[in-house]
Design a protein around this ligand. Structure first.
Ligand code: ZN
Length: 345
C-alpha cells in the first residue's frame, strides 16, 4: 500500500496537486475536495514539450493505478475488542460460584449501564448441586421486525479453578468482541433487524462434558424463549466461541444452518478472509444447539484448534498472548457484514 501511494504522490507531483486531492476525495477521508461539489478541476494536458510528456506519463500512471486506489475498506476495531478482553481477563478466573464470577457480572453490568440490559437469573442443577447463574441480554432495537442474536459465553471452567485458568480465548476474547460490537451499535437507529447481544453463563461442564452437564445458560434461555414465543422472532442466532486465537482457523460446524454458513462465507470473502474460514468441517457441541434443536437458524463460529495439538485449550496456556487484535478484526468485520447480509435477505 505504501508503495502504491508513493507512486501516486510522484504522479501527483508531476501533474500538480489535483490528483492527490482526487484520491483523497475518492477515499472519503484525509482530504478536502477543491470546490463545494467535491469535483476537482482537470489539469490541462495541452502544455507543450517535455513537461507535456511527463504529464501524459503521470496521467497514464495514475490511470493504471486507479483501480488500486479504491477506497480503503473500513475495518472493525479489533484493538478495542482485545482491550476489553484484557480488562475482562484481568478480573482473574470467573468460574460459577467464585468471587471472580461476581466481578465479571459487575464488569458487564457496568459496561452496559446505559443500554437496555436484561439479567436472566436462574438456578442450574449441576453435578456439584444447585448453582446460581446469570445470562446478560443487551438489546439494540432496529427498524425491521425481527431479531439477530450474537452470543458468547463469559464464565470460565469450574474444574479448572485450581490452575488459574483465565480463558483469554475461551470466554474473554468473544466477550471483548461483543463489547466492541456494542460500541458500533450504541446510539444509532439500526435500519435492519434488532440486534441482541447475549452473554451466556454456564457453558462449561462442571464434571465431564455431556448434553446435561454443559451449556446451562443457553439451554435455560432457549427453553424460556421457546415458552414465551421469543424464538419465533429470531432470524439468526450467531455464536462466537474461541475466535480470538492468533492462529485463526474457524471450522465449518456441522450442526449449523446451511444458509447462515454461506452468508458468513460470503462475508469473509468480501474482505479476502477466505483462508480463515471453513477449511475443515466438524460437529461441535456448544451454546447454539439448544437453538438449533428448536429450529432457529443458527451458526457456531468457532475455532476449536488452539495451540500446537490444541494444547492451549482448557489449560493455563489460554492467556492474552495467544489472542490478537488481528483475529478480532477479522471476526468483527465478518460479523458486521453478516448482519448486513441477513438484513438484506
Ligand atoms: Zn471452554
Amino acid at each position: 500500500m505504501i508503495f502504491f501511494s508513493s507512486l501516486k504522490r510522484i504522479a501527483a507531483t508531476l501533474r500538480g496537486a489535483p490528483s492527490l486531492t482526487r484520491v483523497a476525495a475518492a477515499t472519503g477521508k484525509g482530504g478536502r475536495p477543491q470546490n463545494s461539489t467535491g469535483r476537482v478541476p482537470r489539469v490541462s494536458l495541452s502544455r507543450p514539450g517535455k513537461q507535456q510528456l511527463w504529464m501524459r506519463l503521470a496521467a497514464n500512471l495514475t490511470f493504471l493505478l486507479a483501480p488500486l486506489a479504491l477506497p480503503a475498506q473500513t475495518h472493525f476495531n479489533g484493538g478495542k475488542a482485545l482491550d476489553y478482553a484484557r480488562q475482562f481477563v484481568a478480573i482473574g478466573p470467573r468460574w460459577p460460584t467464585s468471587q471472580g464470577h461476581l466481578k465479571a457480572e459487575a464488569f458487564l453490568r457496568d459496561q452496559f449501564k446505559h443500554d437496555q440490559v436484561e439479567e436472566d437469573t436462574f438456578t442450574a442443577s449441576t453435578p456439584i448441586g444447585p448453582v446460581p447463574m446469570r445470562n446478560f441480554i443487551v438489546r439494540f432495537p432496529g427498524k425491521k421486525n425481527g431479531v439477530i442474536v450474537l452470543a458468547t459465553h463469559y464464565e470460565t471452567n469450574y474444574p479448572l479453578r485450581t490452575i488459574n485458568f483465565v480463558g483469554a480465548n475461551d470466554g474473554a476474547s468473544t466477550t471483548g468482541l461483543l463489547l466492541a460490537i456494542a460500541d458500533q451499535l450504541r446510539g444509532k437507529t439500526l435500519d435492519g433487524y434488532s440486534i441482541w447481544l447475549v452473554f451466556f453463563d454456564g457453558e462449561e461442564a462442571f464434571q465431564t462434558w455431556s448434553r446435561s452437564d454443559s451449556t446451562y445458560g443457553s439451554r435455560h434461555l432457549a427453553a424460556r424463549w421457546g415458552r414465551d414465543g421469543t424464538l419465533g422472532k429470531i432470524k439468526a442466532f450467531i455464536l462466537a466461541d474461541m475466535i480470538g486465537d492468533k492462529d485463526l482457523d474457524i471450522q465449518r460446524e456441522s450442526n449449523s444452518t446451511g444458509w447462515l454458513v454461506e452468508l458468513v462465507r460470503q462475508a469473509a470473502h468480501k474482505f479476502g478472509y477466505d483462508r480463515y474460514f471453513f477449511q475443515t468441517e466438524e460437529p461441535v457441541e456448544d451454546d447454539h444447539l439448544a437453538f438449533v434443536d428448536r429450529g432457529v437458524p443458527s451458526i457456531d463460529v468457532i475455532d476449536l484448534d488452539y495451540g500446537p495439538n490444541n494444547s492451549y485449550h482448557h489449560t493455563a496456556q489460554d492467556t492474552m498472548d495467544k489472542i490478537s487484535a488481528k483475529s478480532l478484526t477479522i471476526d468483527g468485520d465478518v460479523f458486521m457484514e453478516t448482519i448486513r447480509l441477513i438484513d438484506l435477505r
